[in-house]
Design a protein around this ligand. Structure first.
Ligand code: G4P
Length: 195
């Protein structure tokens, strides 16, 4: 997605050689106009997949997931990182390890939010090592629902996420694929080189 890559080039800040900071439009301040375009793009890509629900993890996945759900006209679920007091017994829980933060967190969704027969689209802001998306695939399958697709706003292709998801049998579609962040520069994988 050209416009997204332009925004990353112009507004992204590289921290070390692994972290891309995009706080001006995605992770802190959110650009709703760009998010709507992202939602339209995902909706277009996954339109034939008969999606019944979109799922993400709080917090930064919510904006692109909401816009995708708006376009597909389906509900959007965000898995919670803290167990709310209102959560019913028997909610679905999985452990997600963050390589970036070196901590394991439980994520929760209420029982009954996903039902057998649901075809669920996972949307997330970043794909690094794939732990968050793999955790969501576990929750979807625990509910007896089907993972119908995975859409990522920014994929860091030099990390293992895509490979791990594809090996597990889940194809990934990313709007921007970052090949490297070396020397403070963002280099993208040329879309013509991939599929
Ligand atoms: P993984 O799920 O792909 O394995 O990623 P990892 O555990 O390494 O990432 C943990 C958190 O860090 C996630 O957000 C993820 O989106 C974010 N993250 C990973 N790499 C980058 C990066 O280069 N830039 C930015 N801006 N974020 C990155 P989170 O902890 O769930 O935070 P949030 O969704 O509440 O913002």
């Amino acid at each position: 997605m050209k416009e997204l890559k332009k925004r990353i080039r112009e507004e992204g800040r590289v921290i070390g050689s692994e972290i891309l900071k995009v706080d001006h439009f995605l992770n802190h301040q959110i650009d709703p106009v760009l998010m709507l375009k992202i939602g339209k793009k995902f909706a277009n890509i996954f339109q034939k997949k008969e999606i019944t629900k979109v799922i993400t993890i709080e917090s930064s996945g919510i904006a692109p997931a909401l816009m995708t759900g708006l376009e597909l006209e389906v509900p959007v679920i965000f898995a919670r990182k803290k167990k709310p007091v209102t959560l019913d017994e028997g909610s679905l829980v999985t452990e997600i390890f963050s390589f970036t933060k070196q901590v394991t967190n439980s994520v929760f969704i209420e029982k009954g939010m996903l039902i057998p027969g649901d075809r669920v689209l996972i949307i997330d802001d970043f794909l690094a090592n794939g732990e968050a998306s793999l955790g969501l695939t576990r929750i979807i399958e625990m509910a007896g629902a089907v993972v119908a697709g995975i859409g990522i706003v920014i994929e860091k292709s030099f990390q293992e996420g895509r490979m791990r998801l594809e090996q597990a049998g889940y194809p990934v579609f990313s709007l921007a694929r970052v090949a490297s962040l070396n020397h403070g520069q963002v280099t993208f994988i040329d879309e013509k080189q991939v599929q």
